[in-house]
Write a protein that binds this ligand. Sequence first.
Ligand code: 1HN
Length: 348
Amino acid sequence: MEDLQLAKLEDLPNDYVQDLTAHNLVPLWPSLRGVLPPTKPRPLTQPTIWSYQDIRPLLIKAGELTPIEKAERRVLVLANPGHGLQKMQASAAIYLGMQLLLPGEWAPPHRHTPNAVRMIVEGEGAYTTVQGEKCPMSRGDLILTPTGLWHEHGHDGDQPVIWLDVLDLPMVYYMETSYHVNGTHQEPTAGHGEVQYSGAGVVPTPFFTRSDKAYPVLRFAWKDVKAALIKLSNDEAHIECVQVTYINALTGQDVENILGYYALMLRPGQVLRLPARSPACVFHVIEGAGMELTVEDKVFALREADTACVPGYGAVVLKNLSADQPCFLFMTDESPLHRKLGVYENWG
Ligand code: 1HN
């Protein structure tokens, strides 16, 4: 049935509207279709691509213009124009930023309510210490800094290190729950979750007890995740979507509460159609000779280290443009949040 046209604010007498305003009251009907559009949402999130070739020189320039002491975190935010750049949102719930740390620099310790991950894009020799665990950074590694955990970044190498930060900041900020606390330098402690939990299907259980750590593994080395994708692809040659999810080894759930993290391998020449689902999604090329991303009427060409964001509710087609090399992608989406809220949908 066609939606009926509802009355507008202008249809009401001025003095009546002023009277409502004076009493902090608002009529619903002029805004009803806006907050509850027919048949599908109208996301502000626009399909957007950020090319690493564009970002890199601007980030290096930020390194010359602003010392780390004056920035704390030297980041250029990947802002979706559909939300307005000042909102610093890639989507409703996803924040993206490219962060630069130069040799010898130190980004001081703090903790905060938003959850973060880092996907390392370039350089060697930097590290993040998360709640005492020193996590070296290499290209393609995923390092978690979940809500409430102390973290600081240091750099013992001799080249710039650049990584992609993904946070659920827009959501946590919207809920009026975003804040940070500064801390003191953490001396690295013994023990690495990624080593202890590296046996597939087994977890440490000294004296029959499992760890009560909420986040047992903080660093996922790219060499291990890449090997898992290649093994999956070889073992199930018929499988269409060669994808893995970063999960918590103790719970089997997503590694963080609000955003989901995945790695995907496109075989040489592969065209992969992803279903239209409610969550917005981010794609970042870890390794590959080029791919094409099609969403709605937009086609983006992505090279290594490029990042793109797509709104929910649209089908996405990924195409590996190389005929002889696989293409490896890092993906982030809002599906843990959507599932928890009960609004997750897969329209196929
Ligand atoms: C943050 O703490 C980091 O620790 C990076 O490296 C980006 C963006 C917004 C709020 C906190 C970091 C951030 C951030």
